[in-house]
Design a protein around this ligand. Structure first.
Ligand code: PMP
Ligand code: GLN
Length: 380
């Protein structure tokens, strides 16, 4: 039977496409963003412990309370922001679910949602499925800053939501204090909400401070702030994320969450609650990845790729104009099949398939993997 597609222009995500291509050709996979490091054995032990203890049935719909309390404590410690675990914190099945639930909770037919491009691929389809319309604002190039004047012009009486992402995937840029000032000026002129994707909150480099929406009272009262344990604990396959939002927004978010998934994995939530309280893994992550970034950039200097600025995340954008003038999708494919290194072509993160001749490499890999990859890149 043929059904008319609700997303006719949408195919399989680039992450699946490139990872599959890498596997088929035995290429080193620096495309889809996931670490190849082991999860801390202490955390694994806690998961096993809770499974053996019989914590294997449904968690509370909003999330295991101990985990919500640990998230509240972390948010207070790091950002001096107090969220009530009962009414303002929801544990979700990855950040992906939180993003969808937030969008579905507030976007209605006819609403506009401002999305800064390049943008992570999960936002726009969710907007469209809920009857909204994305209004795209491009970042500046090559520094990938937000052009706030363009954002201001994009705001209309129909704007329901502004989607932000810092540290930013795929570009590795981060919002600064000046960005927050500019954002506040615009927010003061309208009553739109903010969906702030902060999954890389603990991966910010060179002594910068993560500019979270939770830090500013004017912004936090209108924000869904989304994060994920996948990035922080090298456990992207565990799919546990969360959303911080004022009680009224959380009530609406949970109405969607309870029917999307109801509750997320119980023993993993319980283990995360212990780990978040007892370890400082999230505090050492930035230094860990900064060293990786520096190593990868030093290696890239031997190639004809030109690394662009990388201020956060575990992604490195690299300009390849010195190599060729091929479209990024074609080049990414050829790099995988002919040279044995898979990367993401960022054009897929633009609605108009803009192409600035750059590729995104994930450096969340063992040094040896990065070294082997760059050895291959040197052949181009
Ligand atoms: N947002 C961004 C910007 C991401 O890079 C990712 C990555 N995986 C997600 C959301 C989804 O997070 P999760 O795996 O926890 O669903
Ligand atoms: N966030 C990861 C990336 O940007 C991948 C997420 C996914 O595979 N859906 O590469």
């Amino acid at each position: 039977m043929i059904v008319p597609s609700k997303l006719p222009d949408v195919g399989v995500t680039i992450f699946t496409v490139m990872s599959q291509l890498a596997a088929e050709h035995g290429a080193i996979n620096l495309s889809q963003g996931f670490p190849d490091f082991d999860v801390n054995p202490t955390l694994i032990d806690r998961v096993v412990h809770y499974m053996r203890q019989g914590c294997n049935q449904y968690a509370p719909m909003a999330g295991v309370l101990a985990l919500r309390e640990a998230i509240a404590a972390k948010t207070a410690d790091l950002y001096d922001a107090v969220y009530d675990p009962e009414s303002e914190i929801t544990v979700t099945s990855g950040a992906t679910e939180a993003l969808y639930a937030a969008i579905a909770a507030v976007v209605r037919p006819g609403d506009e949602v401002i999305i800064i491009e390049p943008s992570y691929d999960a936002y726009e389809p969710a907007v469209r499925l809920n009857g909204g319309q994305a209004v795209f604002v491009p970042m500046t190039f090559p520094d990938y800053g937000v052009d706030w004047e363009r954002v201001r012009k994009a705001v209309s009486a129909r704007t329901r939501l502004l989607v932000l992402n810092s540290p930013h995937n795929p570009t590795g840029s981060v919002l600064t204090a000046e960005d927050i000032t500019a954002l506040k000026a615009i927010a003061g002129q309208g009553d739109f909400l903010i969906l702030s994707d902060e999954v890389y909150e603990h991966i910010v480099f060179d002594g910068r401070k993560h500019a979270s929406m939770v830090c500013d009272p004017d912004l936090r009262r209108r924000s869904f702030v989304v994060s994920s344990f996948g990035k922080t604990y090298h456990a992207t396959g565990w799919k546990i994320g969360y959303c911080l939002a004022p009680a009224a927004l959380t009530t609406e978010l949970r109405k969607i969450h309870q029917y999307l998934t109801f509750a997320s994995n119980t023993p993993v939530q319980m283990a995360l609650a212990d780990h978040l309280r007892q370890s400082d893994d999230h505090l050492t992550l930035a230094a860990f990845y900064q060293r990786k970034r520096d190593h990868f950039r030093t290696l890239l200097a031997q190639t004809r790729f030109k690394p662009l600025a990388c201020r956060g995340t575990y992604f490195q954008m690299a300009d390849y104009r010195a190599i060729n003038d091929e479209a990024d999708t074609a080049f990414a494919r050829r790099l995988t099949t002919e040279y044995g290194v898979a990367a993401i072509p960022p054009s897929v993160f633009y609605h108009d398939r803009r192409d600035d001749r750059v590729l995104r490499f994930c450096f969340a890999k063992h040094d040896q993997t990065l070294e082997e990859a760059v050895e291959k890149l040197c052949r181009i």
